[in-house]
Write a protein that binds this ligand. Structure first.
Ligand code: HEM
Length: 287
């Protein structure tokens, strides 16, 4: 008697090829061609003979790709807000949040690197450090954490320096949102609207008053209210990354200096106090 739960035909533990499957890529673009996999997968070049250096390189390279995508998306979000296109801005901002969640997850893999394993190849890194990540710096600038002195480490590469300088000097996501508040009839101080965008953003009472009005009558200003909460989502996700980075670093190097020359963990902790959208947190106190 045949078992009703078992199909004899499926007993091979083998999947046969199908006739329609393409196998000749001599003149056709393959998956690897499209994704430039030869370049990407030959770019892991450990400088030591230590097994764990491959993890260290892979996690940095994968993070850089996600940072690049987040920058691409945020640039679009800034343009969307500039054009008053909430629908597309919301979609893109939600994606940026998920990219950051993904990046934060990657600390779980890195925390399998013990302090002893890391010390075996740390000297090979010289003075290189994530502090010099231009993908990350671009994101900080796009979101609104402007700091001109951070351009200095990029002086040796003019193309990167110029790109970062341009982002530093342009309105950030929050600058565009504040301009939108003014366009929607909120009374925003001229000093904020005409500010030097390359300077750190300073909290402002007129911006706070606008958010208080929006939150107190969310139904009336639903799109702006939803936008504000989406910005909070991004800052939340970004801060989780900052925190997990700092904590993983503490776990691996304790209070040693960073390879980039900073005091290490205490320097990273100071970044946790920087907010992209400060009035959006203050507004909660006023409700
Ligand atoms: C063993 C792992 C790691 C250690 C020990 C470490 C350590 C540090 C330290 C000490 C700094 C401060 C600057 C310095 O003096 O070097 C720093 C900055 C930074 N690292 Fe890491 N890091 C690690 C992994 C990563 C990974 C996987 C990324 C992903 C891209 C990353 C991205 C960054 C960024 C973007 C900064 C600048 C942060 C800021 O400006 O606040 N790090 N890291």
């Amino acid at each position: 008697m045949t078992c009703p739960y078992h199909n004899e035909a499926d007993n091979s533990n083998y999947r046969a090829m199908e006739e329609g499957i393409h196998t000749d890529f001599n003149d056709d673009m393959s998956y690897g061609d499209y994704l430039c996999l030869e370049q990407i997968l030959s770019a892991q070049k450990p400088l030591s003979d230590q097994h764990d250096e491959m993890l260290f390189i892979t996690i940095h390279q994968a993070s850089e790709l996600w940072l690049k995508l987040a920058g691409h998306e945020l640039t679009a979000a800034i343009a969307n807000i500039h054009q008053g296109d909430f629908g597309h801005a919301f979609k893109v901002i939600s994606r940026v949040k998920q990219i950051f969640n993904q990046l934060t997850q990657s600390w779980q893999i890195l925390s399998t690197l013990t302090p002893v394993d890391y010390l075996k190849f740390r000297d090979a890194l010289g003075h290189s450090s994530g502090f010099q990540s231009y993908g990350y710096r671009k994101l900080e600038f796009l979101l609104g954490n402007k700091n001109a002195s951070l351009l200095e480490v990029h002086q040796s590469n003019n193309a990167i320096y110029q790109e970062l300088k341009q982002v530093l000097e342009a309105p950030s996501l929050y600058d565009e949102v504040i301009r939108l508040l003014a366009d929607k009839g909120m009374a925003i101080d001229n000093a904020v609207l005409a500010r030097d965008f390359s300077q750190p953003y300073q909290k402002n009472d007129s911006v706070l008053a606008a958010w208080v009005a929006i939150y107190k009558d969310a139904d009336q200003h639903f799109e702006l209210y939803e936008l504000a909460e989406k910005l909070i989502d991004i800052e939340d996700a970004f801060q989780q990354w900052r925190f997990k980075h700092m904590y993983t670093v503490q776990r691996i190097i304790g209070n040693k200096m960073g390879t980039g020359g900073s005091s290490g963990v205490s320097f990273l902790k100071k970044a946790l106090d920087i907010s992209f959208f400060p009035e959006l947190f203050d507004v909660r106190t006023h409700l």
